[in-house]
Design a binder for this molecule. Structure first.
Ligand code: LRH
Ligand code: MN
Length: 427
């Protein structure tokens, strides 16, 4: 299924008068502040966010799963769904694959299919948190940290195989998230587990092509509930620093204990040149993998405030981060959920671009917290949705992607094509 651009443009035409009014208003306000709306629009259009291949179906929890129908049954159909998202918002120009859930059977066909949707392949993700059918050596008690060298060898080889799949598709980075850990005090030797993990990562790092990056994703708990080998940013940063200049830390917003100051972690990693990228989502309690900006939009803005500061810092040697979503859908239509997440990320980024860095720095240097807060909240409370909509329309996409998704009856068409019971691989 593909979006008919003419249908999209006629939907935009209906919404144009209202849009024109609100866009001209915000452009004037920005112009009065010496800000160029078109410059911000260009930055938004260049800011492409990768969609996780494992989040195009209904995830479900251990308590239940309520599929909505029309889910993609193959990698081709997952690429079609990301193609539909990209046609609707011109901001999701990449897909991040998870191996073995998405092994490309015919690489050239998959590459051509993605290219036909103007999609690139972002980081590929390895999976040593599930045993595959007939797998002799189990990952039950860990993978890269396992006490048994045969299991560690299996996990290293899997990661090298994932790199080869990624290379064939044109991806340039590997994301390693390890469930490795323990659920009972005394169960594991913390130091041996960390050392074995480092030694195993060294073998994987040595197998990466020269122009590849490794992203090391940390998480405090789940699926194990006493310790996780790579539990926090510090441990990930330690490993990335020991591995070499092409290893970085990946920040999944849901992988933090309550009230953690994530924007401070982002600032610190950028200062060290070790911020590799993000798995954007939102949460209230644990790794809830909810719609970005659904719970804590101000925190997301504060994270982008640090990102913009770091990216504008000429001294910084941090590479351009990888922007990816990592979500799991239980109640919303997966594609509507992802459209909302993309909008929330673009909004937070655009609002952070409004902040007068020099003036903010002056308020900080003169210890004026009132003025500093006034500046940040002025930006955060500026409604830039018309500007994001204009960025989409100028790029040939929908002024209102969710409305278009519904008015074009996309889910209904997908259900007709794929059936109500179709099931996507992934979480
Ligand atoms: C672990 C995680 C990781 C993925 C998985 C799908 O919680 O965030 O990024 O491999 O979700
Ligand atoms: Mn993640």
């Amino acid at each position: 299924m593909r979006i008919d651009k003419n249908q999209l443009h006629s939907l935009n035409d209906k919404a144009l008068p209202d849009h024109r009014e609100s866009f001209e208003y915000i452009s004037r306000r920005l112009n009065n502040k010496g800000l160029d709306a078109q410059k911000i629009i260009q930055k938004i259009q260049a800011f492409q966010i990768a969609i996780p291949s494992w989040a195009l179906g209904t995830g479900g929890t251990r308590f239940g799963r309520f599929p909505g129908g029309g889910e993609p049954r193959s990698l081709e159909e997952k690429i079609d769904d990301v193609g539909i998202l990209h046609a609707l918002n011109a901001g999701s120009g990449a897909i991040s694959l998870h191996i073995p859930w998405d092994i490309p059977e015919n690489v050239d066909q998959i590459k051509a299919h993605a290219a036909s949707h103007n999609l690139l392949f972002d980081a590929v993700n390895s999976n040593t948190f599930q045993d595959q059918a007939e797998q002799e050596n189990s990952y039950k008690f860990g993978s890269l940290c396992h006490t048994d060298a045969k299991v560690r060898k299996l996990a290293v080889e899997h990661n090298l195989e994932v790199i080869r799949h990624g290379e064939a598709l044109g991806s340039k980075s590997l994301t390693v998230w390890l469930a490795d850990g323990s659920s009972f005090p005394g169960q594991m030797n913390f130091r041996k587990a960390l050392q074995r993990t480092l030694d195993s990562l060294r073998e994987i790092y040595a197998g990466m092509p020269e122009d590849w990056k490794m992203f090391i994703e940390y998480k405090p708990y789940e699926p194990y509930f006493y310790h996780t080998v790579i539990q926090d940013w510090g441990t990930s940063h330690l490993l990335a620093s020991q591995l070499g200049e092409r290893a970085f830390t990946l920040v999944d917003l849901g992988h933090h204990l309550p009230n953690t100051n994530i924007e401070q972690i982002v600032a610190t990693l950028m200062m060290q040149g070790k911020l590799g990228g993000f798995h954007f989502n939102d949460s209230k309690f644990g790794d809830d993998d909810l719609t970005v900006g659904a719970m804590k939009p101000y925190q997301l803005f504060l994270i982008f405030n640090e990102l913009v500061e770091g990216m504008e810092d000429k001294e910084s040697n941090n590479p351009y981060p990888a922007w990816m979503i990592d979500a799991s859908h239980n109640l919303k239509d997966p594609m509507e959920d992802l459209l909302q997440s993309i909008e929330a990320i673009q909004l937070a980024y655009a609002q952070a671009l409004l902040v007068d860095r020099q003036a903010l720095e002056h308020a900080r240097e003169s210890n004026d917290p009132v003025l500093a807060q006034e500046m940040l909240q002025e930006a955060f409370r500026t409604d830039l949705r018309p500007l994001i909509a204009e960025a989409r329309m100028q790029a040939g996409a929908a002024l209102n992607p969710i409305a278009a998704f519904r008015q074009l009856s996309i889910r209904e068409s997908l259900i007709r094509e794929r059936g109500r019971k179709s099931m996507a691989t992934g979480l």
